[in-house]
Design a protein around this ligand. Structure first.
Ligand code: NDP
Ligand code: KPL
Length: 325
């Protein structure tokens, strides 16, 4: 198979090493220090002290690779528009594009999903429709990542915990192509499962991180401290109830209470969310894919979102002050 990883950071690298170990020859589109490291040393995955190193064909220009069978996109959300500008040569009519990213994706309301607002373009994540034009929804396979990885250095990924990938067609159909993809990922040692409606898995993960991530970015606090403050925890619950109602209006029923979900987040202990890690590293934050888009969905479904608005307002003000949004 022709497989390309676009965004060989923590998650792209983790998936890529698995695929390469399963015998796939891996193409990578990379830039800067990552490109240089991949060309010199290949791609490495650290588990404790054990290093698994695989060779990759790393290039700067997608033109050099041509049409792929599978493209895995694993960039941070603010980088996606830049990927969309260049990804064209990799995508043919039969290419699968697995989008391994957090937050609500641009294709969320595709495949007939979303009730009355199905097919609506989400301006928060794809302001002018350029992403949808570059990556047609017929090529997209949605994905929710349940794993924690980071980078020791460019091209050197560290796996912390979790091995899960939930995968699904935007339409929810168990097509032969998505079944084959799940088998490929399982063969790569990943706990890949097929979802009957991947948008529900996306929303459920978002329900956990759309609050703690920006609050950690605002306060610098780890998840234990955030959940340990009754007023902050109450505020988080209020935001979550708004998102729960929005979900209900687009066909996603969440049966848990916010407190049930807090118990899961508490298990992370003194965890620095990915958004706090981004702030500390001076990287742009995934605020639009995690929060702005929920506000937009609230407007589209006529759900008032005063708590989400307050969270978004404070977070974007702080991130703008830091030059990260
Ligand atoms: N890390 C984790 O544990 C988890 C992450 N996620 C989600 O997965 C997604 C990916 O996150 P993660 O892997 O952590 O992010 P990283 O920052 O580790 O990796 C992103 C990679 O994409 C590269 N990239 C960005 N833009 C381009 C471009 N235009 N051309 C080539 N390469 C590019 C970056 O390169 P450069 O360094 O040059 O910018 C970097 O190597 C995010 O949505 C994140 O929220 C979800 C669950 C867990
Ligand atoms: C906090 C966590 C692990 C789950 O809510 C998360 O999704 C993130 O750090 O991005």
């Amino acid at each position: 198979m022709k497989i390309c990883i676009y965004g060989a950071g923590a998650i792209g690298g983790w998936i890529g090493v698995g695929l390469a170990q399963a015998g796939e020859r891996l193409n990578v589109v990379a830039r800067g220090a990552t490109l240089e490291a991949l060309q010199q040393d290949g791609l490495s995955l650290m588990r404790g002290d054990v290093r698994t190193r695989v060779p990759v064909n790393a290039v700067a220009d997608p033109e050099a690779l041509g049409t792929q069978d599978l493209v895995v996109i694993a960039v941070k959300a603010p980088a996606l528009a830049g990927v969309a500008e260049r990804i064209g040569p990799l995508i043919g009519p039969d290419t699968l594009v697995l989008v391994a990213m957090n937050g609500v994706p641009w294709w969320f309301l595709e495949g007939g999903f979303g009730g009355a607002i199905t097919g609506h373009r989400l301006a928060a994540v794809d302001p002018d429709g350029a992403i949808a034009r570059a990556i047609p929804s017929r090529n997209v396979i949605g994905c929710v990542v349940h794993a924690s990885c980071s980078l020791d250095a460019p091209g050197v990924v560290r796996h912390h915990f979790g091995n899960g990938l939930i995968v699904g067609e935007p339409s929810g159909e168990a097509t032969p192509r998505v079944q084959k993809l799940v088998a490929l990922l399982q063969g790569a040692g990943l706990d890949a499962t097929l979802s009957p409606q991947i948008q529900k898995d996306v929303w459920f993960k978002l329900w956990g991180n759309m609050t703690v991530n920006p609050i950690s970015a605002l306060t610098g606090a780890t998840t234990d401290l955030i959940m340990g403050d009754d007023y902050v925890r109450g505020f988080i619950s209020a935001v979550m109830l708004e998102a729960k109602e929005i979900g209900h209006r687009i066909g996603i029923e969440i049966t848990q209470s916010p407190e049930d979900r807090h118990a899961v987040t508490m298990k992370l202990g003194a965890f620095k969310t990915s958004m706090l890690q981004d702030v500390e590293a001076g990287r742009s934050v995934e605020l639009d894919a995690l929060v702005t888009v929920v506000r937009e969905l609230g407007e589209l479904t006529a759900v008032a979102t005063p708590f989400t608005d307050a969270l978004l307002g404070l977070a974007r003000l702080k991130m703008r002050r830091l030059g990260l949004y």
